[in-house]
Design a protein. Sequence first.
Length: 289
Amino acid sequence: MVKRNMKKFLSVLCMCICLFGLTACSDTKPVPPEDSADVLERSSVIVNYILSDKPEVYQSISYQTGMEITGVNTFAEKGADFTEYLFTNLIGFPIEGNGFITGIDSWNKAVAEFGPLVSVGESYVTYGQKGDTLIVDMDVQLQNKDAVIEFIYKDDYAKTLTAYAVNINYTFAEKMRNAGLNTLLGMGTVFIVLILLTLLISCFELINKAQSSAKNKKDAKNDVKAAPAASAVTEAAAPAAAQDDELAVVIAAAIAAYEAERGVISPSEAGGYYVRSIRRRSNNKWNKN
Protein backbone atom coordinates (compact mmCIF):
# COMPACT_ATOMS: atom_id res chain seq x y z
CA MET A 1 0.00 0.00 0.00
CA VAL A 2 2.79 2.39 0.90
CA LYS A 3 4.70 1.58 -2.29
CA ARG A 4 1.60 2.23 -4.40
CA ASN A 5 1.04 5.65 -2.79
CA MET A 6 4.71 6.52 -3.32
CA LYS A 7 4.44 5.70 -7.03
CA LYS A 8 1.37 7.93 -7.35
CA PHE A 9 3.15 10.76 -5.59
CA LEU A 10 6.18 10.48 -7.86
CA SER A 11 3.99 10.43 -10.96
CA VAL A 12 2.17 13.60 -9.89
CA LEU A 13 5.50 15.28 -9.11
CA CYS A 14 6.89 14.42 -12.56
CA MET A 15 3.77 15.84 -14.25
CA CYS A 16 4.11 19.09 -12.30
CA ILE A 17 7.77 19.42 -13.30
CA CYS A 18 6.86 18.88 -16.96
CA LEU A 19 4.14 21.52 -16.78
CA PHE A 20 6.53 24.05 -15.26
CA GLY A 21 9.06 23.25 -17.97
CA LEU A 22 6.51 23.86 -20.72
CA THR A 23 5.55 27.15 -19.09
CA ALA A 24 9.17 28.31 -19.10
CA CYS A 25 9.52 27.42 -22.79
CA SER A 26 6.59 29.57 -23.88
CA ASP A 27 7.11 32.02 -26.76
CA THR A 28 8.28 35.58 -26.05
CA LYS A 29 5.73 38.35 -25.94
CA PRO A 30 5.13 39.83 -29.42
CA VAL A 31 5.81 43.53 -29.99
CA PRO A 32 2.65 45.60 -30.70
CA PRO A 33 2.42 46.51 -34.41
CA GLU A 34 2.30 50.27 -33.79
CA ASP A 35 5.44 50.18 -31.62
CA SER A 36 7.20 47.96 -34.14
CA ALA A 37 6.34 50.27 -37.05
CA ASP A 38 7.48 53.33 -35.06
CA VAL A 39 10.95 52.06 -34.15
CA LEU A 40 11.46 50.55 -37.63
CA GLU A 41 10.76 53.91 -39.23
CA ARG A 42 13.16 55.70 -36.91
CA SER A 43 15.90 53.15 -37.57
CA SER A 44 15.37 53.49 -41.32
CA VAL A 45 15.70 57.29 -41.13
CA ILE A 46 18.98 57.00 -39.22
CA VAL A 47 20.50 54.49 -41.65
CA ASN A 48 19.22 55.87 -44.96
CA TYR A 49 19.63 59.58 -44.27
CA ILE A 50 21.96 60.20 -41.32
CA LEU A 51 24.59 57.42 -41.48
CA SER A 52 24.66 57.27 -45.27
CA ASP A 53 25.95 60.88 -45.38
CA LYS A 54 23.64 62.08 -48.13
CA PRO A 55 24.65 65.65 -49.04
CA GLU A 56 21.10 66.89 -49.69
CA VAL A 57 19.99 65.79 -46.23
CA TYR A 58 22.77 67.68 -44.48
CA GLN A 59 22.24 70.74 -46.68
CA SER A 60 18.61 70.78 -45.56
CA ILE A 61 19.57 70.37 -41.91
CA SER A 62 22.15 73.15 -42.21
CA TYR A 63 19.58 75.47 -43.78
CA GLN A 64 17.01 74.82 -41.05
CA THR A 65 19.42 75.11 -38.14
CA GLY A 66 21.62 77.88 -39.51
CA MET A 67 24.69 75.79 -38.73
CA GLU A 68 27.14 74.15 -41.09
CA ILE A 69 26.64 70.38 -40.81
CA THR A 70 28.68 68.47 -43.36
CA GLY A 71 28.16 64.88 -42.26
CA VAL A 72 27.56 62.41 -39.48
CA ASN A 73 30.88 63.24 -37.81
CA THR A 74 29.59 66.76 -37.14
CA PHE A 75 27.38 65.32 -34.37
CA ALA A 76 30.46 63.94 -32.61
CA GLU A 77 32.25 67.29 -33.01
CA LYS A 78 29.37 69.39 -31.63
CA GLY A 79 28.63 67.03 -28.72
CA ALA A 80 25.75 65.18 -27.09
CA ASP A 81 23.58 68.19 -26.18
CA PHE A 82 23.55 69.49 -29.76
CA THR A 83 22.74 66.01 -31.10
CA GLU A 84 19.84 65.53 -28.70
CA TYR A 85 18.44 68.97 -29.48
CA LEU A 86 18.68 68.45 -33.24
CA PHE A 87 16.99 65.06 -33.26
CA THR A 88 14.23 66.05 -30.84
CA ASN A 89 13.30 69.37 -32.46
CA LEU A 90 14.20 68.89 -36.11
CA ILE A 91 14.13 65.21 -36.99
CA GLY A 92 11.27 64.45 -34.63
CA PHE A 93 12.24 61.73 -32.14
CA PRO A 94 14.35 61.74 -28.95
CA ILE A 95 17.74 60.09 -28.57
CA GLU A 96 20.51 59.91 -26.00
CA GLY A 97 23.36 61.99 -27.41
CA ASN A 98 26.24 60.00 -25.92
CA GLY A 99 24.79 56.70 -27.12
CA PHE A 100 24.31 58.07 -30.64
CA ILE A 101 27.88 59.43 -30.81
CA THR A 102 29.27 56.08 -29.63
CA GLY A 103 27.32 54.40 -32.44
CA ILE A 104 28.91 56.79 -34.96
CA ASP A 105 32.33 55.46 -33.96
CA SER A 106 31.17 51.87 -34.52
CA TRP A 107 29.73 52.81 -37.93
CA ASN A 108 32.89 54.63 -39.03
CA LYS A 109 35.09 51.62 -38.16
CA ALA A 110 32.85 49.27 -40.17
CA VAL A 111 32.80 51.59 -43.20
CA ALA A 112 36.57 52.11 -43.06
CA GLU A 113 37.18 48.35 -43.09
CA PHE A 114 34.44 47.06 -45.41
CA GLY A 115 33.35 50.03 -47.51
CA PRO A 116 30.27 52.29 -47.65
CA LEU A 117 26.61 51.30 -47.37
CA VAL A 118 25.19 49.60 -50.47
CA SER A 119 21.68 48.53 -49.50
CA VAL A 120 19.33 47.90 -46.57
CA GLY A 121 17.65 44.53 -46.09
CA GLU A 122 15.01 43.22 -43.69
CA SER A 123 14.51 44.41 -40.12
CA TYR A 124 13.25 42.61 -37.02
CA VAL A 125 11.87 44.00 -33.75
CA THR A 126 12.01 42.07 -30.46
CA TYR A 127 11.86 42.83 -26.77
CA GLY A 128 15.09 43.03 -24.79
CA GLN A 129 16.07 40.42 -22.23
CA LYS A 130 14.46 42.33 -19.35
CA GLY A 131 11.41 43.31 -21.39
CA ASP A 132 11.92 47.08 -20.92
CA THR A 133 13.61 47.76 -24.27
CA LEU A 134 12.86 47.28 -27.96
CA ILE A 135 15.66 45.92 -30.14
CA VAL A 136 15.74 46.48 -33.89
CA ASP A 137 18.07 44.28 -35.96
CA MET A 138 18.49 45.74 -39.45
CA ASP A 139 20.33 43.77 -42.14
CA VAL A 140 22.59 45.97 -44.27
CA GLN A 141 25.05 45.29 -47.04
CA LEU A 142 28.36 47.13 -47.07
CA GLN A 143 30.61 47.16 -50.08
CA ASN A 144 32.64 44.13 -48.99
CA LYS A 145 30.63 42.56 -46.18
CA ASP A 146 27.16 41.97 -44.78
CA ALA A 147 26.35 43.36 -41.35
CA VAL A 148 23.55 43.88 -38.84
CA ILE A 149 22.90 47.23 -37.19
CA GLU A 150 21.35 46.78 -33.75
CA PHE A 151 19.28 49.68 -32.37
CA ILE A 152 18.11 49.76 -28.74
CA TYR A 153 15.05 51.86 -27.78
CA LYS A 154 13.44 52.38 -24.40
CA ASP A 155 10.01 50.78 -24.21
CA ASP A 156 8.32 53.97 -23.05
CA TYR A 157 5.98 56.51 -24.61
CA ALA A 158 8.77 58.50 -26.30
CA LYS A 159 10.68 55.40 -27.59
CA THR A 160 14.05 57.06 -26.91
CA LEU A 161 17.02 55.65 -28.82
CA THR A 162 19.72 54.79 -26.27
CA ALA A 163 22.42 53.07 -28.36
CA TYR A 164 23.23 51.30 -31.61
CA ALA A 165 26.17 49.33 -33.01
CA VAL A 166 27.29 47.63 -36.21
CA ASN A 167 27.85 43.86 -36.00
CA ILE A 168 29.72 42.32 -38.94
CA ASN A 169 28.57 38.90 -40.17
CA TYR A 170 31.83 36.96 -40.15
CA THR A 171 32.02 33.44 -41.55
CA PHE A 172 33.07 30.54 -39.34
CA ALA A 173 36.52 30.46 -40.94
CA GLU A 174 36.97 34.19 -40.33
CA LYS A 175 35.89 33.83 -36.71
CA MET A 176 38.36 30.99 -36.16
CA ARG A 177 41.12 32.99 -37.83
CA ASN A 178 40.42 36.05 -35.69
CA ALA A 179 40.29 33.88 -32.56
CA GLY A 180 43.63 32.29 -33.47
CA LEU A 181 45.23 35.67 -34.12
CA ASN A 182 43.97 36.99 -30.79
CA THR A 183 45.29 33.90 -29.01
CA LEU A 184 48.71 34.18 -30.65
CA LEU A 185 48.87 37.88 -29.91
CA GLY A 186 48.00 37.37 -26.26
CA MET A 187 50.36 34.43 -25.72
CA GLY A 188 53.13 36.14 -27.70
CA THR A 189 52.87 39.24 -25.55
CA VAL A 190 53.09 37.14 -22.37
CA PHE A 191 56.16 35.22 -23.60
CA ILE A 192 57.92 38.40 -24.73
CA VAL A 193 57.38 39.99 -21.32
CA LEU A 194 58.67 36.83 -19.57
CA ILE A 195 61.79 36.77 -21.77
CA LEU A 196 62.49 40.44 -21.03
CA LEU A 197 62.10 39.80 -17.30
CA THR A 198 64.50 36.83 -17.50
CA LEU A 199 67.12 38.92 -19.30
CA LEU A 200 66.71 41.73 -16.78
CA ILE A 201 67.17 39.35 -13.83
CA SER A 202 70.25 37.77 -15.44
CA CYS A 203 71.79 41.25 -15.82
CA PHE A 204 71.80 41.68 -12.03
CA GLU A 205 74.69 39.20 -11.70
CA LEU A 206 76.72 41.06 -14.32
CA ILE A 207 76.05 44.34 -12.55
CA ASN A 208 77.26 42.90 -9.24
CA LYS A 209 80.44 41.56 -10.89
CA ALA A 210 81.13 44.94 -12.50
CA GLN A 211 80.66 46.73 -9.16
CA SER A 212 82.96 44.27 -7.36
CA SER A 213 85.64 44.64 -10.05
CA ALA A 214 85.47 48.44 -9.88
CA LYS A 215 85.74 48.33 -6.08
CA ASN A 216 88.78 46.01 -6.20
CA LYS A 217 90.53 48.27 -8.70
CA LYS A 218 89.85 51.31 -6.52
CA ASP A 219 91.20 49.55 -3.41
CA ALA A 220 94.34 48.49 -5.32
CA LYS A 221 94.98 52.09 -6.43
CA ASN A 222 94.56 53.33 -2.85
CA ASP A 223 97.05 50.71 -1.60
CA VAL A 224 99.59 51.76 -4.26
CA LYS A 225 99.23 55.41 -3.26
CA ALA A 226 99.49 54.63 0.46
CA ALA A 227 102.70 52.56 0.14
CA PRO A 228 105.07 55.44 -0.99
CA ALA A 229 103.60 57.73 1.62
CA ALA A 230 104.22 55.18 4.39
CA SER A 231 107.80 54.60 3.25
CA ALA A 232 108.42 58.35 3.12
CA VAL A 233 107.13 58.73 6.67
CA THR A 234 109.34 55.86 7.83
CA GLU A 235 112.43 57.35 6.16
CA ALA A 236 111.70 60.77 7.65
CA ALA A 237 111.11 59.34 11.11
CA ALA A 238 114.40 57.32 11.14
CA PRO A 239 116.81 60.34 11.35
CA ALA A 240 114.60 61.99 13.94
CA ALA A 241 114.63 58.84 16.07
CA ALA A 242 118.46 58.65 15.78
CA GLN A 243 118.81 62.28 16.86
CA ASP A 244 116.51 61.66 19.84
CA ASP A 245 118.65 58.68 20.93
CA GLU A 246 121.86 60.72 20.71
CA LEU A 247 120.28 63.55 22.66
CA ALA A 248 119.10 61.13 25.32
CA VAL A 249 122.65 59.73 25.69
CA VAL A 250 124.15 63.23 26.03
CA ILE A 251 121.59 64.30 28.63
CA ALA A 252 122.01 61.08 30.57
CA ALA A 253 125.81 61.55 30.57
CA ALA A 254 125.43 65.13 31.81
CA ILE A 255 123.14 64.04 34.63
CA ALA A 256 125.52 61.23 35.59
CA ALA A 257 128.44 63.64 35.71
CA TYR A 258 126.47 66.05 37.85
CA GLU A 259 125.50 63.33 40.29
CA ALA A 260 129.08 62.05 40.40
CA GLU A 261 130.21 65.47 41.53
CA ARG A 262 127.63 65.31 44.32
CA GLY A 263 128.80 61.87 45.32
CA VAL A 264 125.75 59.88 44.09
CA ILE A 265 126.89 56.37 43.31
CA SER A 266 124.00 54.89 41.38
CA PRO A 267 120.76 56.21 39.84
CA SER A 268 118.71 54.04 42.19
CA GLU A 269 119.84 56.04 45.23
CA ALA A 270 118.02 59.19 46.41
CA GLY A 271 118.38 61.96 43.95
CA GLY A 272 119.11 59.59 41.11
CA TYR A 273 117.49 60.06 37.66
CA TYR A 274 116.40 57.79 34.87
CA VAL A 275 115.94 59.21 31.37
CA ARG A 276 112.64 57.68 30.30
CA SER A 277 111.67 60.00 27.43
CA ILE A 278 112.53 63.29 25.83
CA ARG A 279 109.86 65.77 24.72
CA ARG A 280 110.51 69.11 23.07
CA ARG A 281 108.89 72.13 24.72
CA SER A 282 107.44 74.87 22.59
CA ASN A 283 108.54 77.67 24.97
CA ASN A 284 112.19 76.73 25.20
CA LYS A 285 113.85 79.40 27.40
CA TRP A 286 117.35 78.10 26.78
CA ASN A 287 117.33 79.62 23.32
CA LYS A 288 116.92 83.09 24.79
CA ASN A 289 120.20 83.09 26.75
